[in-house]
Ligand binder design. Structure first.
Ligand SMILES: [Zn+2]
Length: 416
C-alpha cells in the first residue's frame, strides 16, 4: 500500500512545530551545531571542513563542552556518509547535546531537514542554541498567489506572497469604448470590437499560463476587476486546465493596474480566511450529520479512532490542533511504579527538573524519571499515513472546531 501524502493542513502545522521546538532548545555551553549545505556543494568538501572543526574544538577549555562538540561533529559526519551529494534543495542539520535530567546525562540529538525550497546559505556554526532563522523564514513564508486584474482596456498579472507584490505582465487591449466612430456601421463596429477583445483575452491567458508554469507552486488564482470583463474572460476557457482548477475567488474592484492588484488582495484575504473556516466547518459538520443519520459510520475518542485506523476501517480523521500533546511515560527507579501523563511541549521541557523533586506516590523516594515521550499527533500522522487514511488538522477558531476538541476528545473518524 502506498503512503498517503500529508495534507497541507498537516504539512504546514509540522513545519511550524519543528521550528518552534528547535528554537526552544538550549545547550549547556556553546555546543549546538547548525550546518547549512546548499545544493551542489560536495559532501566530501563538507566532511573536510568538519574534520577541521573537530581539530579546532580540541582547544575548547571546558572538558564537557569539548567532548560534546566533538561528539556532535562525529554524529553529523556519520549522517553525511549516507549522502554522495546534497539533495536537490540542500540539507540543514542541527546537532548537539541537549541537557537531560541530571548533569552528565546529556543526550546528543540530531535533526536532519531537507528544506522545501532551495537554500543558498553555506554555514557552519556552534552556539548555545540552534541557528534556525534562515529555515524559519523559508517555512513561514506566506503562500504564493497568482493575481489577475482585468477590464476591457487593461490587464495586470502579479505574483503575491504576504505583503510582497511582484508585477509580471501589464497588457493593454487597444479596444475603443462602446460608441462607434462616425462613418462605421454600428454592427460592423461591434463585430470588430468583439474580435479585438477576444484577441486581448487570448494574450492575457497566454501570459497568465506562462507565469503559472514558471510558478507551479502557487496556492491559487485570484481574479478581480471592475465590471463584467473578468467573468467573460474566465468563461472563454482560454486558461490552462490545471490553473482553472486553482481559481479561488473572483472579486469586484474599483481600480485596475497596480492599485487594482492591491485592492484584489485586500478583498480576497477576507474571503480566503473564510474559505479555510468554511472547509473546517464543513468537515466537522459532515461528521455530525453522519453521527445522527448513520452512527455506525463514525467513531470518536482516542482509543476508538486509533482502532478504526489500525483495522483499516477509517477513511478520514479530523484531529484538533489543540490536542498537540505528548504522552509521557514516567517510571520510578526505586519501586517500579509507572504512570502515563499528557503534557504540552513546553511542559515536557521542564518536566525532568520538576520530577527530580517530586516524591513517588508509591514509595516516596525522588526517583521518578521519563522513560518514554511520544507526540500524539506524530503517532496519528504515522498511523494515518501507513494506512492511507486522510488526516486533517482542525483549529479551534470555529464553534465546530471547539466542539471537536471539547465534545469529542479532539479526534474523530469517519469510516468507509
Ligand atoms: Zn517509587
Amino acid at each position: 500500500m502506498s503512503e498517503k501524502p500529508l495534507t497541507s493542513s498537516v504539512r504546514e502545522y509540522l513545519s511550524r512545530r519543528i521550528i518552534r521546538e528547535l528554537s526552544e532548545k538550549r545547550g549547556r555551553g556553546t555546543e549546538l551545531i547548525s550546518l547549512y549545505i546548499p545544493p551542489g556543494r560536495r559532501i566530501s568538501e563538507v566532511m573536510a571542513n568538519l574534520r577541521e572543526e573537530y581539530g579546532k574544538a580540541s582547544n575548547i577549555k571546558s572538558r564537557t563542552t569539548r567532548k560534546n562538540v566533538q561528539d556532535a561533529i562525529v554524529k553529523v559526519q556519520q549522517r553525511l556518509k549516507l549522502y554522495d551529494e546534497a539533495p536537490e534543495n540542500g540539507l540543514v542539520i542541527f546537532c548537539g547535546a541537549i541537557p537531560g535530567e541530571t548533569p552528565g546525562s546529556e543526550n546528543i540529538e540530531i535533526h536532519v531537514i531537507e528544506p522545501p525550497e532551495k537554500i543558498t546559505l553555506s554555514y557552519y556554526g556552534c552556539d548555545d542554541k540552534f541557528y534556525v532563522e534562515p529555515l524559519k523564514e523559508m517555512l513561514e513564508k506566506k503562500d504564493k498567489y497568482l493575481i489577475l486584474s482585468i477590464d476591457n482596456s487593461e490587464a495586470t498579472i502579479a505574483v503575491a506572497s504576504g505583503r510582497n507584490i511582484d508585477i509580471r505582465e501589464e497588457l493593454t487591449s487597444g479596444v475603443p469604448g462602446k460608441t462607434s466612430k462616425g462613418g462605421q456601421s454600428a454592427r460592423r463596429f461591434e463585430r470588430l470590437r468583439e474580435m479585438e477583445l477576444n484577441d486581448f483575452y487570448r494574450r492575457v491567458a497566454e501570459d497568465l499560463n506562462e507565469v503559472y508554469l514558471q510558478n507551479p507552486d502557487i496556492k491559487g488564482l485570484i481574479v478581480g476587476g471592475p465590471g463584467p470583463t473578468k467573468e467573460i474572460f474566465l468563461d472563454k476557457d482560454f486558461i490552462h486546465y490545471e490553473l482553472r482548477k486553482k481559481i479561488l475567488v473572483v472579486v469586484d474592484t474599483s481600480y485596475t493596474g497596480y492599485q487594482g492588484i492591491k485592492e484584489i488582495l485586500e478583498k480576497a484575504s477576507e474571503k480566503l480566511q473564510e474559505l479555510e473556516i468554511i472547509k473546517e466547518r464543513s468537515l466537522v459538520n459532515s461528521f455530525l450529520k453522519l453521527l445522527s443519520t448513520e452512527p455506525d459510520k463514525v467513531v470518536y475518542g482516542l482509543k476508538e479512532v486509533e482502532n478504526a485506523i489500525l483495522s483499516g476501517r477509517a477513511r478520514l480523521i479530523l484531529f484538533s490542533e489543540a490536542l498537540d500533546v505528548f504522552i509521557v511515560k514516567i517510571k520510578c527507579d526505586n519501586c517500579g511504579y509507572e504512570t502515563a501523563e499528557q503534557h504540552t511541549f513546553q511542559e515536557t521541557e521542564i518536566l525532568p527538573a520538576k520530577l527530580s523533586s517530586t516524591p513517588c506516590p508509591q514509595c516516596g523516594s525522588t526517583s521518578l524519571r521519563i522513560v518514554e515521550k511520544e507526540s500524539l499527533l506524530d503517532k496519528y500522522i504515522e498511523m494515518a499515513s501507513n494506512k492511507s487514511v486522510q488526516l486533517e488538522l482542525i483549529s479551534t477558531a470555529t464553534e465546530e472546531g471547539m466542539m471537536l476538541y471539547k465534545g469529542f476528545g479532539g479526534v474523530i473518524g469517519m469510516l468507509k
